[in-house]
Write a protein that binds this ligand. Structure first.
Ligand code: SAH
Ligand code: SF4
Ligand code: F3S
Length: 442
């Protein structure tokens, strides 16, 4: 009998990481064992991302390496899921004949059936059908025992002109509130302390459901559940960040003081051509309101440099906005033209050297801001949910503050899964160093 070793390779955003937890859980239920060693796998599944061209190139060069493994082990099966699979469907077989199975972003629960078809030896198998209402899977193999992701909506209707997600994840579908609460109650029973509610645009939650209230209502229902100590959510679209939601963040004790609020650019004409549907002024006003309600809030963002037609002036507006807002952290991207998107058809594409220059400048600017803000925390006390041993230094424990900053510190392993109070002893660029301030964990 052939072994059932499964290697699962995951790229892209939290959506994909969460989908991989579902894939791992479902296939474990089918008798597969997860392995990190590609050489001993009988099945390799790649969960792909195509948000930028580089991600896609990486995938195709990796497929080359997988073809080599298949030469050595002809019974190896290779499957491709995620966003490239959703977009390309069966075309992947033409480009990469070593691939046996293609499954889309909404067909994960059909994997056992698709694998059975594959084993029956009738040739290659593909399913990228858009399925309405495929939400929860009973088996999820979660990476952490302390914090968990919970999908509250799938897809996106925003069609930002640069973005492929609406094409790879389909239209917005909200998960019914009771299903979400059931999943979180189950997590609480298993001892999870933190949940992150996931969606491409969580602020639009519930708009497509008849009986469901809006996102602030959902947050308050989650806040009422016993056992869960911290609630996060991502991603928020600035245009849908309502006064009501900001009020709920301030009011609900378990909702952490952190928001990821992608601004993308600081110039109104660029924002308009990106189809973001807010101005830089409106964005600034929301940041000011958040800080008035929650003075210690951690704010992170995404910025794209080199969007088509971004002039030196436009770029200067982005830089000003970053200097003014002083983000705690910033994810910076060079614009990458994606097939099917409107922005890819715009003339006036920005040359690579200019993108690179702007990229390096903003990176340096933000490094200064992040480091300064982290150093300002030295001597302060922070609450940290202990997640486990630090990857970099296994002698230390690691966790995050409510504002989403990583803190590493020395302490007994028994603290994993508990909230502890730490004193920050050093602010660094990507993390803080702390020491236990109180003996008793909560
Ligand atoms: N739904 C989320 C995440 C989208 S993808 C949101 O709306 O924020 C994460 C980030 O990737 C985006 O915020 C954007 O900054 C970046 N991104 C998306 N498409 C891109 C492209 N074509 N080129 C460069 N960066 C891109
Ligand atoms: Fe993409 Fe915009 Fe939707 Fe985010 S909101 S997933 S950037 S289209
Ligand atoms: Fe990538 Fe798909 Fe996420 S394109 S960023 S994995 S939604």
């Amino acid at each position: 009998m052939p072994n059932k070793n499964l290697a699962l390779l995951t790229y892209g955003c939290q959506m994909n990481e969460y989908d991989s937890e579902k894939i791992g859980g479902i296939l474990q239920g089918e008798g597969y064992q997860l392995t990190d060693n590609l050489e001993e796998a009988q099945l390799i599944l790649v969960n792909t991302c195509c948000i930028r061209e580089k991600a896609e190139q990486k995938f195709y060069s990796q497929l080359g390496r997988l073809a080599g493994l298949k030469k050595k082990n002809p019974s190896l099966a290779i499957g491709v899921g995620g966003c490239i699979a959703q977009r390309e469907g069966k075309r992947i077989f033409e480009r990469a004949p070593q691939v046996d199975l293609v499954f889309g972003t909404q067909n994960i629960s059909r994997l056992p059936e698709l694998l059975r078809q594959l084993r029956q030896g009738k040739g290659k198998v593909a399913d990228v059908a858009q399925v309405k209402g495929e939400f929860v899977s009973p088996h999820i193999r979660r990476e952490s025992t302390v914090k968990a992701w919970v999908t509250i909506m799938q897809g996106c209707n925003n069609f930002c002109s640069f973005c492929v997600v609406p094409y790879t994840r389909g239209p917005e579908r909200s998960v019914p509130g009771e299903m979400i609460l059931d999943e979180i109650r189950g997590l609480a029973r298993q001892g999870y302390k933190e949940v992150t509610l996931l969606g491409q645009n969580v602020n639009a939650y519930g708009k497509d459901l008849v009986d469901e209230g809006a996102f602030p209502g959902l947050l308050s229902r989650v806040d009422d559940l016993d056992g869960i100590e911290r609630i996060r959510f991502t991603t928020s679209h600035p245009k849908d960040l309502s006064e009501e939601l900001m009020g709920a963040m301030a009011r609900l004790a378990k909702v952490c003081e952190h928001i990821h609020l992608p601004v993308q650019a600081g110039s109104d004409s660029v924002l308009d051509r990106m189809n973001r549907r807010y101005t830089a002024g409106e964005y600034r006003a929301k940041i000011a309101r958040l800080r008035a309600l929650l003075p210690s809030i951690g704010i992170s963002t995404d910025v794209i440099v080199g969007f088509p037609g971004e002039s030196q002036e436009d770029y200067a507006r982005t830089r000003e906005l970053i200097e003014e807002v002083e983000y705690d952290s910033l994810f910076l991207f060079k614009y990458s033209a994606r097939p099917e998107t409107v922005a890819a058809t715009l003339s006036d594409q920005v040359p690579e050297e200019v993108k690179q220059e702007r990229f390096e400048e903003i990176l340096a600017l933000q490094k200064g801001i992040t480091l300064r803000k982290n150093q300002e925390l030295e001597g302060k006390r922070v609450e940290v949910l202990v997640e486990g041993a630090s990857k970099k230094d296994p002698a230390k424990l690691t966790g995050r503050t409510r504002t989403h900053k990583i803190v590493n510190f020395r302490g007994p392993e028994g603290l994993v899964g508990h909230l502890v109070e730490l004193e920050v002893i050093q602010g660094k660029l990507y993390s803080l160093e702390g020491r236990l301030a109180l003996k008793e964990p909560r």
